[in-house]
Write a protein that binds this ligand. Structure first.
Ligand code: NDP
Length: 448
């Protein structure tokens, strides 16, 4: 049996009931087969793959808090410090009822390669909690965040592990988490990114993941002789990534005709009104029905069981920006039948393996999240640099660095794919390019 297959079986055996983690590992290992098989005995002897698929440290903790009625609630907190070969652990915190150890491990594993692709010195980690922020008061969110940090603080630090936001964790939550860290540790340091601008945050961090996704998509299209100008784009999600991807795509001349949330989706053929969307989602924290009520050209569709409405809309480019496995084989077939030319992932692993293969077989340009959404963590690393030098850079400075980073990522994933005879396979390119730097650093640092 080949070493790659042995390690995949090992992962499934050692990590039962973690299907998302198995899926993420499978995708990476399949891409690495060509690299590993060139020097299989060396890698096997070093147990390099067993080491890379095993987190350096996994922290599980209780998060007790008191709701507004005086009832004690208990949630499960997680931080997985996956790999620190090239820098301190870096990766977001997700607050969503679906969070469990397997989800955090899939996200942490992806983060290792994503962070490596940015070219910046950051290792891979991820964390979160099965807490549901929906419908909670600001005070409940604050008490929950304080309790979460009261445990997490002992495991993190500006040079050790630097969490950020993810689903359910935005500026408000980062503020409460930072306040509690500072209170307990009595140090003012860049221990979290995505901070507010008055206390060490970076301009353009809020926009970075969505903007970065669109910068990379534009690079991809440019390389294939076209651009976003005049294109029809379908976006899923209506959170941080979706909002700023929509804004940047429209600035570059595309028309974004959809957004979605967990209960329904909007079709707006005249193009999404980003300011209205921001008001509904960022200010009022309301459902998309409010967007439809305020805009004549918009249709609201309730999400029916198992249906992902936006993928049936005719478009040139699709940007999935909500959550994992939101685009399955049926959706991929609908997109291809409607003539899609490019799919770039804003979310982490939103496309199932079968859907990815179908899109690739049908010559759709496909870039996976670990490359396409790396602009968020890259700008977080820029926030860390600004915190270390106690300076803040202008929006233009950060945005132009972000554009350069996304262009470099596109270049390195397309070159890696070409080097291994898989031109145009950007999934393989991303996994190979991300892996090589981490593997070389791990080998240099010995058996640790
Ligand atoms: P937000 O919480 O801001 O938004 C998430 C959006 O996705 C919301 O519209 C939400 O709907 C929807 N959503 C979440 N879970 C589900 C679900 N189970 N089913 C259907 N819809 C769902 O998160 P972000 O925009 O920050 O993150 C979106 C994706 O991008 C995630 O995969 C995240 O890991 C990834 N990502 C984020 C980065 C960042 O910088 N924020 C960086 C890199 C990747 P509702 O409002 O109804 O909950």
């Amino acid at each position: 049996m080949s070493y790659v297959d042995e390690v995949y079986d090992y992962v499934v055996e050692k990590n039962p009931a973690q299907p998302e983690f198995h899926q993420a590992v499978k995708e990476v290992l399949e891409s690495l087969r060509v690299v590993i098989e060139k020097d299989e005995e060396k890698y096997r002897k070093e147990a390099l793959l067993e080491r890379i698929v095993t987190p350096e440290r996994q922290i599980l903790f209780r998060v007790p808090w008191v709701d507004d009625k005086g009832q004690v609630q208990v949630n499960n907190g997680f931080r997985v410090q996956f790999n620190s070969a090239i820098g301190p652990y870096k990766g977001g915190l997700r607050f969503h009822p679906s969070v469990n150890l397997g989800i955090i491990k899939f996200l942490g594993f992806e983060q290792i390669f994503k962070n490596s692709l940015t070219g910046l010195p950051i290792g891979g980690g991820k964390g979160g909690c099965d807490f549901d922020p929906k419908g909670k008061s600001d005070n409940e969110i604050m008490r929950f965040c304080q309790s979460f940090m009261t445990e997490l603080y002992r495991h993190i630090g500006a040079d050790t592990d630097v969490p950020a936001g993810d689903i359910g964790v935005g500026g408000r939550e980062i503020g409460y988490l930072y306040g509690q860290y500072k209170r307990i540790r009595d140090v003012y340091e860049g221990v979290l990114t995505g901070k507010g601008l008055t206390y060490g945050g970076s301009l353009a961090r809020t926009e970075a993941t969505g903007y970065g996704l669109v910068y990379l998509t534009e690079e991809l299209l440019k390389d294939h002789g076209t651009s976003l100008k005049g294109k029809t784009v379908v976006v899923s999600g209506a959170g941080n990534v979706a909002i700023y991807a929509t804004q940047k795509a429209q600035q570059l001349g595309a028309t974004v005709v959809s957004v979605s949330d967990s209960t329904g989706w909007i079709y707006d053929p005249e193009g999404i009104d980003v300011e209205l969307l921001r008001d509904v989602k960022e200010v009022k924290r309301a459902r998309l029905t409010e967007y439809a009520n305020a805009r004549k050209s918009a249709e609201y569709h309730e999400k029916k069981n198992g249906e992902h409405g936006v993928w049936n809309i005719k478009c040139d480019v699709a940007l999935p920006c909500a959550t994992q496995n939101e685009l399955d084989l049926e959706d991929a077939k609908a997109l291809v039948a409607n003539g899609v030319t490019a799919v770039c992932e804003g979310a982490n692993m939103p496309t199932t393996i079968e859907a990815t293969e179908y899109l690739q077989k049908n010559n759709v340009l496909f870039v996976c999240g670990k490359a396409a959404n790396a602009g968020g963590v890259a700008t977080s690393a820029l926030e860390m640099s600004q915190n270390s030098e106690r300076l803040s850079w202008t929006f233009e400075e950060v945005d132009s660095k972000l554009q350069g980073i996304m262009a470099n990522i596109y270049k390195s994933i397309s070159e890696a794919a070409k080097e291994y005879g898989m031109e145009g396979n950007y999934v393989a390119g991303a996994n190979i390019a991300g892996f090589k730097k981490v593997a070389t650093a791990m080998e240099a640092q010995g058996v640790v």
